[in-house]
Design a protein around this ligand. Structure first.
Ligand code: NAP
Ligand code: ZN
Ligand code: ZN
Length: 346
């Protein structure tokens, strides 16, 4: 066992505080990663604040992890000391169920091990990336390609894959008309990745503050969702919409933007339910779907895709003493577009 410094929650309402956590001794297939950067995902906040149900405290969150391998277990073959690597939302899975065998461990039927708030092999609750080091099974450790800047790559491990996966699943290709609702951490990655796939991208965001950035990230259209006329003009115009909004919303407004056979994929995870009237879907054979992160093989594919296309998240680096303020800024949609913790400051 080793003790490492971390920043975590002691209850659902208070600020995050410095703490020390234990990392297990390496099993034969484990790697020890010295963490350099950890992205702040809105899911970290939902989790700690109990939006999705009660959790145990103390809890360290963070599932957008980039660092270096500093020690390997006796049977490790996939990674070596010195490699730049990443860890995302899952740190293990059953490996036997149908989704696991298909490389879709995010949908493991027995329940995969989440990087934080999961049940670890030693019976403890997993603790996430707002820390100096993590021990992870080699099969759940991603290789960060050379073309990616490690200081910017961390958000790809959740925001990147969570948007890449549905864009691939729904076969986005040149000419596909893709809408992205909400341009935060996930949303801005959806724009960049969909544009790189050749899609015609429309950003749907509140106000006009993010318009110039959206166009710079590769969007061809921008719609202020408060502008009812502009929204009305978008009716029946999109093939695929990715909803990344973190709060409850009136989803019918957006279902109406789907063309015939269009699909709205929800990745945002508010605790309020969506109200979907039958006739928002029936007359245009529309679908309302959901999607969860991505499997390990697809995450590696996404990292390689981003390196090949020169896609980097837009990041704001924060130190340990800026984490609580960064959380507030995420809640106010003020971050441009992902806060990343420099974990050396812990
Ligand atoms: P984020 O950076 O806070 O972005 C969320 C965006 O939603 C904001 O930038 C804002 O966009 C919009 N928004 C926020 N509050 C709103 C409100 N009251 N009304 C309308 N729009 C609002 O969050 P994130 O890290 O991208 O995560 C987004 C959501 O995805 C969270 O719920 C998170 O838990 C979830 N998530 C799901 C998965 C999955 O596997 N499905 C994975 C990761 C995260 P504008 O300012 O542009 O309007
Ligand atoms: Zn996340
Ligand atoms: Zn499984």
């Amino acid at each position: 066992m080793r003790t490492v410094k971390a920043y975590g929650a002691t209850d659902a309402t208070g600020p995050l505080v410095p703490m020390e956590i234990e990392r297990r001794d390496l099993l034969p297939h484990d790697v020890l990663i010295a963490i350099d950067y950890a992205g702040i995902c809105h899911s970290d906040i939902h989790t700690v604040r109990g939006d999705w149900g009660p959790i145990q405290y103390p809890q360290v969150v963070g599932h957008e992890i980039v660092g270096r391998v500093v020690e390997v277990g006796t049977d490790v073959t996939k990674h070596k000391i010195g490699d730049t690597v990443g860890v995302g939302c899952q740190s293990n899975s059953c490996r036997e169920c149908e989704p696991c065998r298909q490389g879709q461990d995010q949908y493991c039927l027995k329940g995969n091990t989440q990087t934080y708030c999961g049940l670890d092999v030693d019976g403890t609750i997993t603790q996430g990336g707002y820390s100096q080091a993590v021990v992870t099974n080699e099969d759940f450790v991603l290789s960060i390609p050379e073309g990616l800047d490690p200081a910017k790559a961390a958000p790809l491990l959740c925001a990147g894959i969570t948007t890449y996966s549905p864009l691939r699943h729904w076969n986005v290709a040149p000419g596909t008309r893709v809408g992205v609702i909400g341009m935060g951490g996930l949303g801005h990655m959806a724009v960049k990745i969909a544009a790189a796939m050749g899609a015609e991208v429309t950003v749907l965001s509140r106000g006009t503050k993010k318009k110039d950035d959206a166009l710079r990230f590769g969007a061809t259209h921008y719609v202020d969702t408060n502008d009812t006329e502009a929204m009305a003009e978008m009716a029946d115009s999109l093939d695929l919409i990715i909803n990344t909004v973190s709060a409850g919303m009136k989803i019918t407004t957006y279902l109406g933007l789907l063309a015939l056979n269009g699909t709205l994929v929800n990745v945002g995870a508010p605790n309020e339910p969506f109200a979907v009237p039958a006739f928002a879907l029936i007359p245009r054979r529309r679908s309302f779907a959901g999607s969860m992160t991505g499997g390990i093989p697809e995450t590696q594919e996404m990292l390689d895709f981003c390196a090949e296309h020169g896609i980097h998240p837009e990041t704001e680096l924060v130190g340990a003493d800026g984490i609580n303020e960064a959380w507030e800024r995420v809640l106010n949609s003020e971050v441009r577009y992902r806060a990343v913790i420099d974990t050396h400051t812990l």
